[in-house]
Design a protein around this ligand. Sequence first.
Ligand SMILES: [Zn+2]
Length: 83
Amino acid sequence: MNSEEEGYNVNFDLERLTSALEIVLEPKFYKVCEGCDSILFKKTIICPSCKSYRFNESEGYIINTATELAFEEKKSVIQDDLY
Ligand SMILES: [Zn+2]
């Protein structure tokens, strides 16, 4: 039997990489929540994840956060701890 397989196990999430790339290319449309480091659209008023209304709008910081999110493992933030 021919059991040769060309099975690549792609471990990174292509969708995540794509959206990170969009953010890196145009950080001016985004901002980072200071409560939970989520990247949100600039028009967002209150963070949907942690209900924070403080954001970091520095483009360098947004790019950094997007890059980190693209390559790091899914982190599990336990938001219920805030209350
Ligand atoms: Zn947040």
